[in-house]
Structure formats: structure tokens, C-alpha cells
Design a protein around this ligand. Structure first.
Ligand SMILES: [Zn+2]
Length: 64
């Protein structure tokens, strides 16, 4: 199951696993990174492929 290209330019929200600080990045950004440093607490978060799939799934779910 590929990561949808439809979300490349969409803002996706991810929360830091350590402090729950929420931030937004483009779908295309999430596709290429594997870790990120939290803006809130400075913790290094790992984002694996399964995490990306879940994130894309959540944001591509139809509303209503
Ligand atoms: Zn944090």
C-alpha cells in the first residue's frame, strides 16, 4: 500500500511521542524523513513506514 500522492501538498498533523506537541508538515515531507526533532521538547522521534501509513490513512479518511 503506497503513501498517497494526493497528500503531498496537504498539511498533516503529527504529535511528539514524548510531549504531545503537535506540528504540521506537508505529506511530501513525511515521505522522505525517518526521524524528526520535536520543536517543543527537542526529543528525537522515529517515524517508521507503519507510522507514515497510519498518518496518511488518518488524513485521507473521508469525512461525513
Ligand atoms: Zn516533544
Amino acid at each position: 500500500m503506497p503513501l498517497s500522492a494526493a497528500l503531498n501538498d496537504a498539511d498533516l498533523e503529527f504529535k511528539c511521542l514524548e510531549c504531545d506537541h503537535a506540528f504540521k508538515r506537508k505529506g511530501s515531507w513525511f515521505k522522505v524523513i525517518s526521524t524528526f526533532k520535536c520543536e517543543g521538547c527537542g526529543a528525537a522521534n522515529r517515524i517508521g513506514y507503519a507510522d507514515k501509513l497510519a498518518l496518511f490513512e488518518k488524513h485521507s479518511a473521508p469525512f461525513g
